[in-house]
Design a protein around this ligand. Structure first.
Ligand code: PRP
Length: 191
């Protein structure tokens, strides 16, 4: 079941080196939406026992921390790490860097992403995690760039829909900068 994403206007763009990039989604708006998602997920999983939240490193770490602490259902935390073949390549090929540590066979899995862009990463992860034999797999992302989609991938929970622009903060980076901003900002890559 999809949560209808919020639509966000595009602000002016700034150089990426700005330590305080212009705000696209405020801290308050993020926290409100995270609470809503936690309530929705808690309700949806209420009769399923427990859920394994799998955060996709690195970008999801703050979203996962905030979301997981607001759930009212039994949950455990795992992390997974992937990398694209060749930065900036158009191949969409994804490589597993670190698998989950725990056994997820027969368990309900919820993949937590900070952003879904082309969809290649999430599509790969769903296929890969299916091989672990979970009872179910659902997906949750804070941000979704629908117009950039290259593969058809089901997203069950979406925080905000955004346009085709580079965003940082709340876990997201540009060249490792701005990950710890409390809000989502907009930057203009210089290269
Ligand atoms: C981002 C994000 C997703 C992926 C989405 O990760 O966290 O995992 O890109 O892109 P896609 O839909 O086009 O596949 P990134 O490669 O920036 O790594 P990071 O999370 O470590 O910053």
């Amino acid at each position: 079941m999809n949560v209808l994403p919020y639509r966000i206007r595009s602000p002016r763009k700034y150089n990426v080196s700005n330590p305080n990039p212009p705000e696209l989604i405020s801290e308050a708006a993020i926290q409100k939406r995270v609470t809503e998602l936690a309530e929705q997920i808690s309700a949806d999983y209420a009769d399923r026992g427990d859920v394994v939240l799998i955060g996709v490193l690195k970008g999801s770490f703050i979203f996962l921390a905030d979301l997981s602490r607001q759930l009212t259902i039994p949950r455990t935390i795992e992390f997974i790490a992937v990398s694209s073949y060749g930065a900036g390549s158009q191949s969409g090929a994804v490589r597993l860097v670190m698998d989950v540590r725990g056994n997820i066979e027969g368990r309900h899995v919820l993949i937590i992403e900070d952003i879904v862009d082309t969809g290649h990463t999430l599509s790969y992860l769903i296929g890969m995690l299916k091989s672990h034999g979970p009872a179910s797999i659902r997906t949750c992302t804070l941000l979704h760039k629908a117009e950039r989609a290259e593969v058809d991938v089901e997203i069950d929970y979406v925080g905000f829909g955004i346009g085709d622009e580079w965003v940082v903060g709340y876990g997201l980076d540009y060249a490792e900068e701005n990950r710890t901003l409390p809000y989502i900002g907009n930057v203009q890559p210089t290269d």
